[in-house]
Design a protein around this ligand. Structure first.
Ligand SMILES: CC(C)(COP(=O)(O)OP(=O)(O)OC[C@H]1O[C@@H](n2cnc3c(N)ncnc32)[C@H](O)[C@@H]1OP(=O)(O)O)[C@@H](O)C(=O)NCCC(=O)NCCS
Length: 155
């Protein structure tokens, strides 16, 4: 398993430096539900959230500190073949946004995905309105379908 990443971050409005832990796994249905609610996504039952986690090839969790008491971010990778993969459910708790947590989550997911896919594989995600620039930093480009972005490392 890939080691966890420690991230020194300064969240907006916070004076103190954060020591954030980002690692593979660790996502629970309750944690998924809480984060989804916090960022305003449609409600999912605990059973639905569990299915999303179980069916993901990879999930990544971000924590406020090593004790893993406060979940502050998540992301999943699904549908992984050698030629394709899809990233989904990337969210950071509002109070921790803008501190580099989302960047660390995507970096962790892409490192996991890139190990299993060919260099010319297409990685997709559905970008929430206004997040194209954020995903563009990782090589994703807008496709013909609104919100659908694709990333091909060979491009
Ligand atoms: C989108 C999201 C995951 C980004 O996570 P984050 O931890 O805030 O991102 P980071 O702090 O790593 O941001 C890195 C950079 O992208 C920018 N950025 C972050 N979110 C952005 C957005 N929605 N639009 C434009 N730029 C954005 C940040 O300003 C930052 O720029 P900087 O380095 O110049 O300061 C997070 O804001 C979030 O959870 N939003 C609500 C849920 C959502 O929309 N998820 C995406 C579903 S596709």
């Amino acid at each position: 398993m890939m080691p966890s990443a420690k991230l020194k971050a300064m969240a907006k409005g916070r004076m103190s430096e954060l020591m954030i832990r980002v690692r593979a796994g660790g996502l629970t249905p309750e944690g998924y539900q809480a984060l989804a609610h916090a960022v305003g996504w449609e409600r999912r039952t605990e059973a639905q959230a569990r299915d999303l986690i179980i069916n993901a090839r990879h999930s990544v969790s971000a924590w406020q500190s090593d004790d893993e008491k406060v979940l502050i971010g998540m992301g999943r990778a699904t549908g992984i073949g050698t030629q394709y993969a899809h990233l989904a459910d990337i969210a950071v708790l509002p109070g921790f946004q803008g501190a580099g947590v989302g960047t660390a989550i995507i970096g962790h997911l892409l490192a996991l995905v890139d190990r299993e896919t060919h260099i010319d594989a297409t990685v997709t995600l559905h970008a929430a309105p206004g997040t194209d620039a954020f995903y563009g930093r990782f090589g994703f480009q807008s496709s013909g379908t609104p919100g659908l972005m694709t990333r091909n490392r060979a491009d």
